[in-house]
Design a protein around this ligand. Structure first.
Ligand code: NI
Length: 184
């Protein structure tokens, strides 16, 4: 099933999400539906609060970005449940970012180029993995969703002002986008 994507202004996006309990029903199905929802909106990452579920889970699939320069993205599809960021690298890179919950907004965000993460997959297998470059940035972006943060929290006051009317419209439920959204 494809879920509607919750847009800026919806309270659930600002809540600290709860750990996923071990008996949470049908996690593989939920992960599958999150991927479907994300692909439908042409995204590369989606966190559970973005479909209205305040639980610590997100999915990433960068395989659409795989090319000769980045063959490693071919298998860059992961489900992260109860992730913990164990290490954040000292090097940073500033790159454009967007979010399915903030349609039409793209801004530069500074992120670490390396993170080490412990997480469970949808079958409760535990993993510890190092992510670099674009993958690291995607993990940091999605992880922030679980703490009620959005990437626009990281942009400069000037850039926030530039986006003020767009954000204001979203908060009032005025959103223009191709995929199905849920607004206030
Ligand atoms: Ni996002």
């Amino acid at each position: 099933m494809i879920y509607p994507i919750y847009v800026y202004g919806m309270q659930v996006l600002r809540k600290v999400a709860q750990p996923v309990p071990a008996d949470y029903p049908e996690l593989p199905q939920l992960a599958d539906d999150m991927f479907k929802t994300m692909y439908h909106a042409d995204g590369v990452g989606l966190a559970a609060p973005q479909i209205g579920l305040s639980i610590r889970m997100f999915v990433i699939d960068l395989s659409v970005m795989a090319d000769e320069k980045h063959p490693e993205f071919k298998d860059a599809k992961r489900v992260f449940i109860n992730p913990e960021i164990l290490e954040v690298g000292p090097e940073t890179k500033t790159q454009d970012e967007g979010c399915l919950s903030l349609p039409g907004i793209n801004e530069s965000v500074k992120r670490s180029t390396m993170v080490r993460v412990k997480y469970f997959d949808e079958n409760w297998n535990e993993h510890e993995e190092v992510f670099t470059d674009f993958f690291a940035k995607a993990v940091q972006h999605e992880y922030e969703h679980l703490d009620g943060k959005l990437f626009i929290d990281n942009i400069s006051p000037v850039r926030r002002t530039m986006n003020r009317s767009r954000l204001h419209n979203m908060q009032k439920g005025k959103v223009n986008c191709r995929y199905n959204v849920k607004t206030v």
